[in-house]
Design a protein around this ligand. Structure first.
Ligand code: HH2
Length: 283
């Protein structure tokens, strides 16, 4: 990939790690831990020390069944964190995880560098905010809302349908005036997908490379790991590491993770294996 995000140029195959900071009371694995702006800012600094390449700050949980948050409340949760980080000279690009145009505008004005939209531009106002700012954007695949997305997890061929629905998101972006070179795509692990769909998508993730954009994948602590292993969200790091490894071997450039230090180690080893395999050529 080659993309400028904030002050940093992301160049090459990576993998690059996006560390998660949830300034929410109800996120599925860490809800309530980083709701206060100082706690969220401290977590972002910790993730930077652990080796994150950028951080993703969210003020609304997207877990299945989560209650929607009004834009002004979401702004109250994220903007003070961005302001604190920028005032302290935080060295990394900051992504804002939002699907609302008003929140994206406020976050970008406060110093965020990237918009991470889990709805893939369902809100035309968010598309306008991104286009106006000339900001890079993550378009993630989902269907419906957190309230109804699990009932919409019906696919004949999950990888092909996710690819064609991401293509539709690319068209929405182009229609809104967002430059294609500023777009990162994400298959949305666990969003409108059963555990089986998430596993199949991870196994076939390389197929999404034909869309010609860098890929971001967020397997961290997700419920497919719980379904496979019985582990609760706080004990899903080993499963997360397996998924991160598989993604890197398949050529995914960006990984969205909560536990940056262990994921970084897994990603570096996986990247060395990926590169050695490429040097060795087909067997
Ligand atoms: N997953 C979550 C939230 N945002 N964004 C992208 N691009 N990709 C993802 O897979 C993704 C995402 C869910 O994880 P988390 O933020 O920890 O939980 P919650 O939505 O409950 O806050």
């Amino acid at each position: 990939m080659q993309m400028r995000i904030g002050a940093r140029l992301f160049e090459g195959p990576g993998p690059f790690l996006m560390g998660v900071v949830n300034a929410t009371p109800d996120s599925f694995s860490d809800g309530g831990r980083f709701l206060a702006p100082d706690a969220a800012a401290a977590q972002a600094l910790r993730l930077a020390e652990e080796g994150a390449d950028l951080v993703d700050l969210g003020g609304e949980s997207t877990r299945p069944g989560a209650s929607p948050v009004a834009a002004d409340e979401e702004i109250r949760r994220v903007v003070p964190v961005i302001e604190r980080l920028r005032a302290r000279g935080f060295p990394l690009p900051i992504s804002v995880d939002t699907s609302k145009g008003a929140v994206a505008r406020a976050a970008l004005a406060a110093g965020a560098d990237l918009v991470n939209d889990v709805t893939g531009l369902a809100d035309p106002e968010l598309a306008r905010a991104v286009a106006d700012a000339g900001a890079p954007v993550v378009l993630m695949h989902t269907r419906g809302t957190p309230a109804d997305m699990q009932s919409r997890a019906v696919y004949q061929d999950v990888a092909a349908e996710v690819a064609s629905e991401l293509e539709a998101a690319l068209t929405r972006a182009a229609d809104a005036g967002i430059a294609r070179e500023r777009i990162i795509l994400d298959p949305g692990i666990g969003f409108a997908k059963t555990a089986e769909h998430s596993v199949e998508l991870l196994a076939r993730i390389a197929e999404l490379r034909r869309l010609g954009r860098p890929l971001l994948v967020g397997p961290s602590r997700k419920s497919f790991i719980g379904k496979l292993t019985g582990a609760p969200p706080g004990e899903r790091m080993p499963g997360t590491l397996a998924a991160v490894t598989a993604c890197v071997l398949a050529g995914v450039e960006l990984l969205r993770v909560h536990d940056v230090a262990p994921c970084r180690q897994a990603a570096l080893v996986a990247a060395a294996l990926r590169d050695a395999a490429a040097r060795a050529g087909p067997s």
